[in-house]
Write a protein that binds this ligand. Structure first.
Ligand SMILES: [Zn+2]
Length: 380
């Protein structure tokens, strides 16, 4: 006996290395084991024949501090219709406004939300000028309090290591941020677009489990060397366990960089959007299904793309086996998609274009065992 049976879809569950036709049964808010060919009694059957059934997506890099930052948007309204059931806010808030983020965004949202706190106390409030990264303003005492109080939501720290952000403090900002992360025993997410100096200097300071975001950016020093190869310092960081997140945004990805990296099989560990109010539903980012479609069109295999948006970010946020999988006992978050062979012209703010030929179209989203979005043409 169950509440919901998703029948006949092509199930992709990278956490269990599973791709194939299968049914998915949900009871209350959990997945339960089913035995093939043994009929089950359910309240509702979803006919998913011809569709892809995946764990609810996790967008590991968003800006959703709605009402308190210029870039924030309302996560439930925008993301649930994209198949995204969990979002991570990447450094929109810091020590001075974390409580407000928890009260006004985390507690008010249906979907699951994690965040990384900006080492700069005010976070990324405006896009008109960068946050202040003077390490003298970092507040370890306050961070310790917040990590203790919100230990299941706050999963790490964030720093934007761009030349225009770090200013005269240079890489001292990163060194001080690594010290904070050491003291807090947490991951550090590092923005690497337009770095001060060679990008490999940033990579060399990052620790296993830290997140190198905007890994395919094309501004200033990139991960690709003059010969068109992935730099040795980048491979070395990957070998040490640094994780590479696309966090594409409109300006933080470049097709020649992606293509050079993928030619050497330097695929991303995580695929995320860096979505903001300004890029939401726009061609350059749109949302996670569009960014996934970009990587599918560029040749990353479907199970690897799904893994980069489900089981990998689940593990990063301390939810291995609970989120990002359809395994029995896991929380029943599901996304259903139609994969179409549609031409789609991607643009970005560097003026580059790329003609994709695969488009992942979200059709139905289940959060905690309940349908929270259904496209009108999806069969009832
Ligand atoms: Zn960002």
């Amino acid at each position: 006996m169950g509440n919901l049976l998703i029948k006949g879809g092509t199930v992709i569950d990278p956490a269990r290395n599973f791709v194939g036709k299968s049914d998915v049964l949900i009871q209350e808010n959990q997945f339960v084991e089913i035995t093939p060919d043994v009929p089950v009694e359910v309240e509702e059957v979803i006919n998913a024949a011809g569709y892809l059934v995946t764990p609810g997506l996790i967008d590991n890099h968003t800006h959703i501090f709605y009402g308190a930052t210029e870039s924030g948007f309302v996560p439930d309204v925008a993301l649930l219709p994209m198949g995204v059931t969990t979002a991570v806010d990447a450094g929109s808030s810091g020590t001075s406004n974390c409580h407000t983020f928890m009260r006004t965004v985390v507690n008010q949202s249906q979907m699951r939300i994690f965040c990384t706190l900006n080492v700069s106390p005010a976070g990324q409030v405006t896009e008109r000028y960068p946050e202040n990264l003077d390490p003298r303003n970092y507040d370890l005492g306050m961070l310790k309090e917040l990590f203790a109080q919100y230990n299941s939501q706050v999963t790490g720290l964030k720093i934007r290591c761009g030349e225009e952000v770090v200013k005269e403090f240079g890489l001292d900002t990163l060194k001080a941020a690594v010290n904070l992360a050491e003291a807090l025993e947490c991951r550090l997410t590092v923005h690497t677009t337009n770095p001060p100096g060679n990008i490999t200097e940033i990579a060399s300071q990052m620790r296993p489990g830290d997140i190198f975001c905007h890994c395919y950016h094309g501004k200033g020093s990139t991960i690709i060397d003059a010969e068109g190869k992935v730099k040795r310092g980048i491979w070395e960081a990957r070998r040490r366990g640094v994780l590479f997140d696309t966090a594409d945004a409109r300006v933080n990805h470049s097709y020649p960089v992606i293509q050079a990296a993928l030619a050497e099989k330097f695929a991303p560990d995580i695929i995320s959007t860096d979505l903001t109010q300004a890029s939401l539903f726009g061609n350059m980012v749109f949302g996670l299904p569009a960014v996934m479609s970009r990587y599918l069109s560029l040749g990353v295999e479907l199970p690897a793309v799904i893994k980069a948006c489900t089981s990998t970010p689940a593990e990063i946020n301390g939810m291995k086996g609970r989120l990002g999988t359809l395994a029995p006992g896991a929380i029943a978050d599901v996304a259903i998609f139609q994969l179409t062979d549609k031409e789609f012209l991607f643009k970005n703010r560097l003026g580059e274009t790329f003609s994709g030929n695969k488009l992942l179209v979200p059709k139905l989203t289940i959060l905690n065992g309940k349908i929270v979005f259904r496209q009108i043409d999806f069969p009832f």
